[in-house]
Design a protein around this ligand. Structure first.
Ligand SMILES: Nc1ncnc2c1ncn2[C@@H]1O[C@H](COP(=O)(O)OP(=O)(O)OP(=O)(O)O)[C@@H](O)[C@H]1O
Ligand SMILES: Nc1nc2c(ncn2[C@@H]2O[C@H](COP(=O)(O)O)[C@@H](O)[C@H]2O)c(=O)[nH]1
Length: 212
């Protein structure tokens, strides 16, 4: 009797208003869970200090992004805060086929597109809320990576972003980062065990009942 092991990969999405902590949680999750890898988005945004091309994002110009759209290279793409962002299709499809999990730091527009895609059944979506809007603004300021204008623009979009919270499977308030990571890992552990993700279960139960 073979114990079921191999399973379908899942797509774990983290969304939130800008500054609520997606990148922080993404880095912590990747550092503690070797079974999941990051979907590296392409963007027309300029790199922030410390961001590495190919690791944080694939930084491209408008023409390059347009070509990727026209040649169907994106699983989803959207304009966010005046820049364009997209999820390259190839690495995601390969990961899912090989039964590997993949993590997305994308906005609500991208999440809607993934939900409607062929792989929509593999989607697990988490929306992070800040403890308060004051705390959100203070996080954007202390990150010190954006100009005052950009922070104002991102804060002015926060309510709109948050209005999509009910489209997500799970809602977490990112107050204590350790607690938030624990909750994300708990969701991942549970979702990996879902019946429909486990391959070979029917055969396992049949052999179990046959005493083999
Ligand atoms: N639970 C937390 N408590 C206090 N500070 C936090 C917490 N989580 C994240 N931060 C800090 O808040 C700032 C913004 O976090 P982060 O860059 O992860 O947000 P984000 O959601 O990825 O933003 P964006 O959408 O703009 O990329 C960072 O300086 C980070 O260190
Ligand atoms: N729909 C998509 N949204 C994306 C993607 N990559 C990132 N994002 C979202 O953009 C904003 C801004 O990100 P920042 O790094 O400039 O602060 C944030 O909400 C990200 O989640 C993507 O491929 N598709």
């Amino acid at each position: 009797m073979s114990i079921p092991g191999a399973r379908r990969g899942l797509m774990l999405v983290l969304s939130s208003p800008s500054g609520a902590g997606k990148t922080t949680m993404t880095k912590r999750l990747l550092a503690t869970d070797p079974q999941i890898s990051l979907s590296v988005s392409a963007t027309t945004r300029k790199p922030r200090v410390g961001e590495i091309d190919g690791q944080d994002y694939q930084f491209v110009d408008q023409d390059h992004f347009d070509r990727m759209v026209q040649t169907g290279q994106f699983l989803e793409w959207a304009t966010v805060f005046g820049n364009r962002y997209g999820t390259p299709r190839g690495p995601v499809e390969q990961a899912l086929t090989e039964g590997r999990d993949i993590l997305f730091d994308i906005d609500w527009q991208g999440t809607q597109q993934l939900r409607q895609s062929q792989s929509g059944g593999d989607l697990v979506s988490i929306f992070l809320l800040p403890p308060s809007l004051e705390e959100l603004e203070s996080r954007l300021k202390q990150r010190a990576s954006d100009s005052a204008d950009v922070i104002t623009q991102r804060m002015s979009r926060a309510a709109d972003e948050i209005s999509h919270w009910a489209e997500y499977d799970y809602i977490l308030v990112n107050d204590d980062p350790g607690q938030c990571l624990h909750e994300i890992r708990s969701i991942l552990t549970t979702e990996r065990l879902r019946r429909e993700r486990q391959r070979g279960l029917a055969g396992f139960v049949r052999d179990l009942l046959a005493g083999e």
